[in-house]
Design a protein around this ligand. Structure first.
Ligand SMILES: *[C@@H]1O[C@H](CO)[C@@H](O)[C@H](O)[C@H]1NC(C)=O
Ligand SMILES: *[C@@H]1O[C@H](CO)[C@@H](O)[C@H](O)[C@H]1NC(C)=O
Length: 313
């Protein structure tokens, strides 16, 4: 009797093993098939479309005197800053590109009414940027949700060409659960966007993040890397990274300053993470560029000067 039971148990174990192996194999095959589909994702090999030998005309960019699209969306921008950076960083955003958003908010951990900074109940420091973004988006949702179409997050060393951001968004649907920025193809399925290059949430994306982003299982409330955590949270809420290049596949949101992208002065991690293969040179950079990161405070005035003041004859 015992022996028969043992044999029976042995047989069911063998059977269950065979079923597990079968399941595993079918998962591998499915994974392969999904992988094959993603291979055709336009985000992966977008630069195939570009004729690198063509001399992209960098100078013919918008000086603000072109006709604005009639369906120009309204954009709220928020800048992640801190008490010690109000004067030496955020004030220069405020004097330059920060003026051009329909509404600009500066989020810190301490309210400063002289500057106009909103103090959030968060701890300062690089490791607490996730909480700052979560709180900032909730604050925006509670106070400004009905007034704007799109919601951009940037750092106090990001430079944004706001007109080009609006031009890019004018063809997009704010009711889609989508966001745009510099696309990193890593860590999360579908990737995420760089925090420093700035990322812009649709109205629907903001609604989901603010209403459901406090779910501690779907979204980390603090810690980790801000852009990875917000990206994971958005992904878990069904918000996807939209195609953030121009029609020829050239970049619009940039993780570094213009010179770094022009000459390819990139750190090693960037070569691994960049969804578009960390290409360099103006042939890969869109004429309708939207943002740059690691911009020195004084360079913001330089960019303003060349973009909005210099006329080329
Ligand atoms: C508020 O910010 C200004 C800079 O714009 C700074 O001079 C001032 O000391 C700040 N106030 C406090 C209380 O931190
Ligand atoms: C600030 O956050 C802490 C920790 O999350 C919480 O205990 C405290 O009640 C909060 N304070 C306010 C004023 O919301």
């Amino acid at each position: 009797m015992r022996a028969r039971q043992r044999r029976w148990r042995h047989e069911t174990e063998v059977l269950s093993f065979i079923i597990k192996v079968g399941l595993y194999c079918s998962l591998v095959v499915t994974g392969y098939l999904i992988g094959a589909v993603f291979q055709n994702d336009p985000n992966v090999s977008i630069y195939n479309k570009i004729d690198v030998s063509a001399n992209g005309d960098w100078i013919q960019i918008n000086k603000g005197d072109e006709e604005k699209p009639s369906n120009s969306p309204s954009v709220l921008c928020w800048i992640a800053t801190a008490p010690q950076f109000l004067q030496n960083r955020a004030s220069h955003v405020k004097s330059t590109w920060g003026k051009r958003c329909d509404k600009t908010l500066y989020f810190s951990s301490v309210t400063n009414t002289t500057f106009g900074a909103v103090g959030l109940n968060v701890t300062e420091g690089r490791e607490h940027l996730t909480a700052k973004s979560q709180e900032a988006f909730r604050h925006i949702y509670n106070n400004y949700f009905n007034d704007y179409d799109w919601f951009l997050k940037a750092d106090d060393n990001t430079y944004v060409i706001v007109e080009n951001l609006k031009y890019f968004l004018s063809g997009k649907d704010k009711n889609e659960p989508i966001y745009f920025g510099h696309h990193f193809q890593s860590i999360i399925e579908g990737g995420y966007t760089s925090g420093g290059a700035g990322y812009v949430l649709s109205k629907e994306a903001l609604r989901r993040l603010a209403e459901k982003g406090d779910d501690k299982i779907l979204c980390r409330q603090d810690g980790g890397a801000e852009d990875v955590e917000i990206g994971t949270c958005l992904h878990n809420l069904g918000v996807t990274v939209g195609y953030s290049h121009d029609e020829s596949g050239r970049s619009l949101f940039h993780c570094f300053d213009p010179i770094s992208h022009l000459v390819g002065r990139y750190p090693e991690w960037y070569k691994k993470f960049d969804a578009a293969g960390a290409q360099k040179g103006k042939a890969y950079m869109g004429n309708d560029a939207i943002s740059f990161h690691y911009v020195k405070p004084m360079d913001m005035y330089l960019f303003d000067y060349f973009l909005y003041h210099v006329k080329v004859h």
